[in-house]
Write a protein that binds this ligand. Structure first.
Ligand SMILES: Cc1ncc(COP(=O)(O)O)c(C=O)c1O
Length: 455
């Protein structure tokens, strides 16, 4: 067994292709419906929001899609990212398990979100787009897209969920440094925002609502602005597969293969990014790695939601997709993992979950901060509160292995650093954070919140 701690690839090992699970998945893609007609969407409808190359990737069944050279060149600013064996965490836990993590926090914007931000900015620029709109929860996606838009000389308008806008002023300052315009959502700039403000002036906002605002601005711009989404859609998960492809090579360098791969899920992109290449190995090469998606108990779409057609956003402007959902009008509690406060989940992951090909767990906020603090004490890195969900379950797996006296190889995705999340860590240390359970009575209401569709 190697005593190495960091498993590094060289620039020449940077993947040349993204991996598309839709080529190998036994689950056929479910139709995407127009929010007005509730009929399957046409490329014409989608082209109001996205450039054609992205629409083609969204529906592609090609197994490998070439990463444009311009995007690979920019990936080289921080990729390949390191795979690190968390030896000091293993020692602290006294576990026979081997714990590895893929560290996406080394990206220039601080998280995995840059992997798709660069690709989306590139395809928009190539199609002649001048400006983009987007939403951001924790601010990580907004930062990543702001950086990418600066690189490709595109203007950017960001609708930032109000609670994060207040909790993370430095995220906003960073986006503005990249010359993005940032607005707290709900804002009075859109019909969707004004409607919510009229109903509840103190609304903390939600990802679903911020998406409505960004979509509305793009859709009513007369073609001047396109919209960019940081998670949920197939093309976003596709762009994130560089994480899993690199991890496969790095586990090889470590001479091990994971028994379990873990990632947190908001819309599902970093989990999809690390897990889908391992799912390919399960499906095609006889591996049996467990793939575990971790969500907050406050927004438990996979573990408590209903698998049904629902709007992707609060104001019913985005397409209707089949997913595990808590209902598009659900405003999640103001937990500090802002990037995980979404009512639904990537349809692609939902179909895999429904087929039993991936697992899901829900964890409480306090337990994630406890895990993140132990991780910081042992490995030195301060994790993003979102990523702390994956750490929690990685630690639980390692403790279970200890109890059973089993050697278990655990790999998790550390999707981002938490250097802008210090308000949350301070609140945790001051004993001011609470756990939220998704109220049981809300579950009964989900069905009533769903659109009626003919599919
Ligand atoms: C660091 C980090 N991890 C995870 C997520 C969740 O998103 P996704 O499920 O798309 O990876 C976010 C979203 O903002 C994030 O900032």
């Amino acid at each position: 067994m190697s005593e190495q701690t960091r498993f590094l690839l060289s620039e020449s090992d940077l993947p040349k292709f993204w991996y598309n699970i839709n080529a190998d998945s036994p689950c056929p893609p479910t139709p995407v419906l127009h929010p007005g007609t509730k009929e399957p969407v046409t490329p014409d409808f989608l082209s109001v929001l996205f450039p054609m190359e992205i629409i083609l990737q969204e529906i592609s069944t090609e197994r490998y899609i070439q990463i444009p050279e311009e995007v690979r060149e920019l990936y080289k600013l921080w990729r390949p990212t390191p795979l690190i064996r968390a030896r000091r965490l293993e020692q602290a836990l006294g576990t026979p398990a081997h714990i590895y993590f893929k560290y996406e926090g080394v990206s220039s914007s601080g998280s995995h979100k840059s992997n798709t931000a660069l690709a989306q900015a590139f395809y928009n620029k190539a199609a002649g787009t001048k400006a983009l709109t987007t939403e951001t929860g924790a601010g990580q996606w907004g930062t990543a897209l702001a950086m990418a838009c600066k690189f490709f000389d595109l203007d950017l308008e960001v609708y930032m969920v109000k609670v994060s806008y207040q909790q993370k002023p430095y995220r906003r300052a960073l986006m503005e440094t990249y010359d993005a315009q940032v607005y707290a959502s709900p804002s009075d700039r859109t019909q969707a925002g004004r409607a919510i403000l009229a109903e509840s002036p103190d609304s903390p906002g939600s990802l679903g609502l911020a998406i409505s605002e960004a979509v509305e601005v793009a859709a009513t711009s007369g073609g001047l602005k396109k919209y960019s989404l940081g998670s949920v859609l197939n093309h976003v998960l596709l762009h994130q597969t560089v994480i899993g492809e690199e991890s496969l090579k790095q586990m090889d360098l470590a001479n091990e293969y994971p028994d379990v791969v873990i990632g947190c899920v908001g819309g599902g992109s970093n989990f999809g990014g690390i897990a889908l290449p391992f799912l390919r190995e399960n499906l095609k090469n006889g591996q049996r790695t467990r793939l575990v998606a971790v969500e907050p108990k406050a927004t438990p779409s996979l573990t408590k939601g209903i698998y049904a057609y629902d709007y992707g956003d609060t104001a019913q402007m985005a397409p209707i997709v089949k997913m595990y959902t808590l209902g598009h009008s659900f405003i999640p509690p103001a937990i500090h993992a802002g990037g995980l406060r979404y009512h639904g989940m990537a349809p692609l992951l939902c179909s895999l979950y429904d087929a039993g090909l991936i697992e899901a767990k829900a964890v409480h906020q306090l337990a994630t901060f406890e895990a993140a603090t132990l991780f910081a004490h042992t490995e030195g890195i301060l994790p993003a509160p979102e990523s702390a969900h994956a750490i929690r379950v990685a630690i639980d797996e390692a403790l279970e292995a200890k109890e059973k006296g089993e050697k278990r190889v655990i790999l998790f995705n550390l999707s981002g650093h938490g250097n802008f999340d210090l308000t949350a860590y301070e609140a945790y240390r001051a004993g001011q954070l609470e756990d939220f359970d998704y109220p049981e009575e809300e579950i009964a209401k989900i069905q009533a919140r769903l659109p009626e569709v003919a599919v």
